[in-house]
Design a binder for this molecule. Structure first.
Ligand code: MG
Length: 228
């Protein structure tokens, strides 16, 4: 069972489904330009899911899975993201009411095995392994929405060994928070404890063992992990 702590309270929330939006910042779409892989700006959100076992917390050692003594990837990369935490069950939420169903927000890192993801994209196969492995998804404490003035205008950044590699603002998201909540609720329905990774800005970087990775969002906080 994966649980997130709610900041400034003794409360926790159990993570249920983990939804992720891909390609939600233009500068990241541009940097993902890999020959042989279609790379358009999406007109509907690109959605994928992770198992809740992928969720981990502060101080986690993130590692590439090993099978028969061999790492399954040679290219682990960082993606810092604003995470929406759903507070109430609902289906078919209208955009104008989306905020009523949000409990709060957290900082997440959507670690990705980029070589495997690109290989699967080329073959037209699912990316579940590249995105959903154990330790792939550190998430910070949750800050209640009432403590955040405007989640659609927050500085978001990520440092590797104290050097800034990602730096943007959530206002640059192509699909906005209220639309993402509306869209997912119409397709899947949303449950209390569902969380939504909302996409990463540019600055994805190949990580090495021993790297210290720190994601930060203004008014929310930080998540710090290291690479094993
Ligand atoms: Mg991502």
């Amino acid at each position: 069972m994966s649980e997130l702590k709610i900041k400034n309270s003794g409360d926790t929330i159990e993570v249920k489904s983990v939804y992720c939006v891909g390609k939600n910042y233009i500068d990241h779409i541009n940097e993902m330009n890999v020959p042989g892989i279609a790379n358009e700006v999406p007109d509907i959100p690109v959605i994928f899911l992770k198992p809740s076992s992928a969720i981990c917390g502060e101080g986690t050692i993130v590692y590439v899975p090993v099978i028969n003594g061999k790492k399954i990837s040679a290219n682990l990369q960082n993606e810092v993201e604003l995470v929406i935490v759903i507070g109430k069950d609902a289906e078919n939420i209208q955009e104008k009411n989306a905020n009523d169903y949000i409990l709060g927000y957290a900082v997440g890192i959507d670690f990705t095995l980029r070589d495997l993801q690109n290989e699967m994209k080329k073959k037209g196969k699912p990316w579940a392994v590249a995105k959903g492995f154990k330790t792939s998804s550190p998430v910070s404490e949750v800050v209640r929405k009432e403590e955040i003035e405007n989640a659609e205008s927050l500085d978001i950044s990520l440092k590797i060994n104290s050097e800034t590699k990602q730096s943007a603002n959530t206002s640059q998201m192509i699909f906005k928070i209220s639309f993402i909540v509306h869209y997912l609720s119409c397709i899947f329905g949303l449950k209390r404890g569902d969380i939504i990774f909302t996409g990463t800005p540019a600055g994805i970087t190949k990580l090495n063992a021993g790297d210290k990775v720190s994601g930060e969002i203004q008014n929310i906080g930080k998540i710090n992990v290291s690479i094993g």
